[in-house]
Design a binder for this molecule. Structure first.
Ligand code: UDP
Ligand code: MG
Length: 332
């Protein structure tokens, strides 16, 4: 299917305001090989939310699943009007899936959720209360993890947020994830951001609006293992840093300046010493360490340049963020 039809499907506009009793809640749920989790997720969500929400739509984004996920979504989509799905032509990653879901959503409030029940539906009720009664545009869940994550993952993620908040002008609240409620206007603004590098947590913070954190307890994954290993998380962190800070680029001018200044002092000292005491045996060690050190610094700084240029390259190609192969409105 061409990207044409995917834009046609993106009717993410809502005319209703949420002041009345008639408002629509959209759940945006990216799924990749989650055949075991979808039904329990639906049961839990419908049981908790149906009595409290006037209208509900659940949008599943099949992110290139190879198991029974898609046939299951097809079945659910025909059986229940509230369930919509779209299916990517391949795996585009969770960030792309969330972007697609947000664009497809029609709700007055939109909540991106994981399907593995690590995001408890009860917390959504709490989000809704803050949005309806407090008028908050963004209500983000703050993870109170008992033992859902390994200590290694917790430590590395807290280190990442510390560095991120230092080097970028956008502050991300630590322990906040994708689980949050976004008002319609936040969703609309997010949809206008053109970048291909979708570091959603950064984008949520970047758009601003009145935001409040609400704590929730995150249980362990229901079935299967996390789709994110350390290598993926590292690349994710790189995307986040490079997408939201130019400090890694600029730091080299300062470092270079400092090193040049030190070298100048060293040069003056060597010249003076040679003039005063004559030529000494040339120092292998100092030459060697200078070569190795500067070689390392140069390679590192070229690498940093490369990270940014690679992203410029990706942005400049202007390829779509995702390609939809099939969606629930096909069947209607
Ligand atoms: N997911 C996705 N595409 C991917 C990887 C994950 O849509 O390439 C979905 C996955 O099906 C789940 C959610 O993203 O609904 C979170 O994934 P997971 O539980 O593996 O991540 P973690 O909880 O470890 O952050
Ligand atoms: Mg999970």
């Amino acid at each position: 299917m061409s990207t044409d039809s995917n834009t046609a499907w993106n009717t993410g506009t809502s005319t209703a305001r949420h002041d009345g009793e008639h408002w629509l809640l959209s759940l945006v749920v990216p799924v990749k090989n989650e055949e075991d989790n979808i039904q329990p997720f639906l049961d839990a969500v419908l049981e908790t939310l149906t009595p409290r929400v006037p209208a509900l739509e659940i949008i599943f984004i099949d992110d290139g699943s190879t198991d029974q996920t898609l046939p299951m979504l097809r079945r659910l989509g025909t059986a229940d009007q509230r369930i919509r799905y779209l299916s990517f032509s391949r795996n585009f990653g969770k960030e792309a899936a969330m972007t697609a879901g947000l664009e497809a959503s029609r709700g007055d409030a939109v909540v991106p959720m994981d399907v593995d029940l690590q995001h408890p539906p009860e917390a959504v009720l709490e989000f809704i209360r803050h949005w309806r009664d407090g008028g908050w545009d963004m209500v983000y869940g703050v993870r109170m993890d008992a033992n859902a994550e390994t200590t290694g993952k917790k430590a590395t993620s807290s280190l990442f947020y510390r560095i991120f908040n230092r080097v970028s002008h956008t502050d991300i609240p630590p322990s906040a994830g994708d689980f949050r409620l976004l008002s319609r206007r936040v969703v609309d603004v997010l949809g206008q951001l053109p970048e291909r590098n979708r570091f959603m947590k950064g984008l949520y913070a970047w758009v601003g609006f009145r935001s409040i954190g609400v704590p929730y307890h995150q249980p362990a994954r229901l079935h299967g293992n996390s789709r994110f290993n350390y290598w993926k998380l590292w690349n994710f962190a790189l995307d986040g840093l490079v997408g939201f800070s130019s400090l890694p680029l600029r730091v080299w001018s300062y470092l270079g300046g400092g090193l040049a200044f030190c070298s100048l002092l060293f040069m003056l000292w060597i010249i003076t010493r040679t003039l005063l005491f004559g030529i000494e045996t040339p120092g292998y060690a100092s030459v060697m360490s200078a070569i190795l050190f500067f070689g390392g610094v140069q390679l590192l700084s070229i690498g940093v340049l490369g990270e940014y240029i690679a992203r410029l390259f990706i942005e400049s190609k202007q390829r779509p963020l995702y390609i939809i192969a099939e969606h629930s409105d096909d069947q209607a």
